[in-house]
Design a binder for this molecule. Structure first.
Ligand SMILES: *Cc1c(COP(=O)(O)O)cnc(C)c1O
Length: 460
């Protein structure tokens, strides 16, 4: 029986010439099509030998070969519908760029640009100049430069200002951000020696001052962006630390994490510290991310005293960590939106998602629910209910924003199965599971029809 099936397997060449695969040759190379044919035959041969296949029809092999071809040629990076309610979703690429930022990326992608070109002289320019003026204006800092992300910004600043020296940091601020950013490790990798002071819940000015030695390079402060220490607590204000640094001639560096450029309480959202406030409080250097609440591309922005930023720019590590033209294009366009705060909630997608009126979210949820009831069919129950969105990206922990979500349950299948089915949609729809129910939070979904999945063939 299996011998008979094996004998009926075509040769690789025969399969590659099969008309059902022939179309593939108009878009893919002969080498790739042949490779796919070989893989398909291997798969089927193994299935027959292991007793997992007892029949072979004419189109089985071309179908498998086309799947193998798709595995190699289909883009790995896909659009995902973020219906999680987490506005800045790190695993889904954080901030969605504004229209003007996308246009700027397209321009920089398809053209030569004045990335490091002084257009007045035709001589060499400085890439950071593209955004430095805007960062200075929006934060009050004397100077600024840009690297790949905030982790790189912290690494570069500490390495420049305190290599082989001590960095003093409060035990209450030894943060870990997801994706293996752990402050003690970053300080070590910067070539610095970490000196922890205070306790987990309380750190006082004297803890810092008594730890200062001749070898102190930086007084460091980290914004505990993804957790809060509550209860019997004390932390040293940045202004106090800055005063201490000024007296001792020791630079004060603050890792602000999210780095907000507008006061979110203006929009009825919880307050997140502003970069400008840290500069005003006397931080010598502030570092923050470009793709968290700022709403731009992945980037790390370093803002602060000119003499220090000049030194940071000269560090050879800066060359290794510098941002590319696409990033700088998107960042410049994003920062430019901040010049008009009146329209920012419309122009910046991150802020738009955070400030979307509840009535509008509910309307989108009702529309999506109607479409889903019609599309999903028997066994499903679809309702609209109150929910809680979060900012995400390690910001404003525990501060939810009221939202409306579509809840989907099934008579026989659990929330994990429903979540997997929505992920199998094209494009994948990423919801969240809460209290054993699958939810689609519509805050982050502009068009109701985007939340509608067609069930995979494996669903029954
Ligand atoms: C997010 C965050 C980082 C890491 O920033 P990336 O831009 O993701 O590298 C570092 N420190 C703090 C306090 C953060 O919140």
């Amino acid at each position: 029986m299996s011998k008979d099936l094996l004998r009926r397997l075509p040769s690789v060449d025969e399969l590659a010439r099969d008309p059902a695969l022939g179309g593939a040759l108009s878009t893919h190379s002969r080498a790739l099509v042949t490779e796919a044919a070989r893989l398909a035959i291997d798969v089927v041969r193994d299935e027959i030998r292991e007793g997992r296949r007892r029949s072979l029809s004419m189109d089985d092999l071309p179908v498998i070969a086309l799947e193998k071809l798709r595995d190699v040629t289909a883009p790995a990076l896909k659009k995902v519908v973020n219906a999680t309610g987490t506005v800045i979703h790190t695993n889904a690429g954080r901030a969605v760029l504004s229209k003007t930022a996308m246009d700027a990326v397209m321009l920089a992608a398809g053209n030569n640009v004045n990335l490091e070109l002084d257009l007045a002289t035709g001589g060499r320019g400085e890439r950071d100049c593209l955004v430095e003026g805007l960062v200075k204006r929006l934060t009050g800092a004397e100077a600024a430069c840009v690297v790949n992300n905030n982790a790189a910004a912290v690494l570069l600043c500490l390495n420049t200002l305190a290599e082989d020296k001590e960095v003093i940091v409060s035990r209450g601020e030894l943060i870990e951000i997801g994706g293996s950013f752990r402050l003690p490790d970053v300080i070590k990798k910067s070539g610095c020696v970490m000196v922890e002071v205070g306790t987990t819940n309380r750190t006082h000015p004297a803890d810092y001052s008594s730890a200062v030695t001749d070898n102190t390079g930086v007084l460091f402060k980290a914004h505990t962006s993804n957790y809060e220490v509550v209860g019997f607590t004390a932390e040293v204000a940045l202004s106090e630390l800055a005063e201490m640094g000024r007296k001792g001639g020791i630079p004060v560096v603050e890792d602000l994490g999210s780095g907000t450029l507008v006061d979110l309480s203006r929009y009825g959202l919880p307050k997140e510290p502003l970069v400008a406030e840290s500069i005003k409080a006397g931080a010598d250097i502030v570092t923050f991310s470009g793709d968290k609440l700022l709403g731009g591309p992945q980037a790390g922005i370093i803002a602060g005293k000119k003499t220090l930023v000049d030194g940071i720019r000269k560090n050879p590590l800066k060359r290794a960590l510098r941002a590319g033209k696409l990033t700088l294009a998107a960042l410049e366009a994003t920062l430019r939106l901040y010049l008009n705060e009146e329209t920012l909630a419309d122009t910046l997608p991150t802020l738009r998602a955070l400030t979307r009126p509840l009535a509008e979210i509910e309307e989108a949820a009702q529309k999506a629910a109607t479409l889903l009831r019609a599309g999903l069919g028997d066994g499903f129950t679809v309702t609209v209910e109150d929910g809680v969105s979060v900012v995400g990206g390690g910001t404003l922990p525990g501060r939810g924003i009221p939202t409306k979500a579509v809840a989907i349950t099934h008579a026989r299948k659990g929330p994990d199965a429903i979540a997997r089915a929505f992920l199998a949609n094209d494009p994948p729809i990423l919801g969240r599971i809460n209290k054993d129910r699958f939810l689609l939070d519509m805050r982050t979904v502009e068009r109701p029809e985007d939340a509608v999945a067609s069930l995979p063939p494996s669903w029954d």
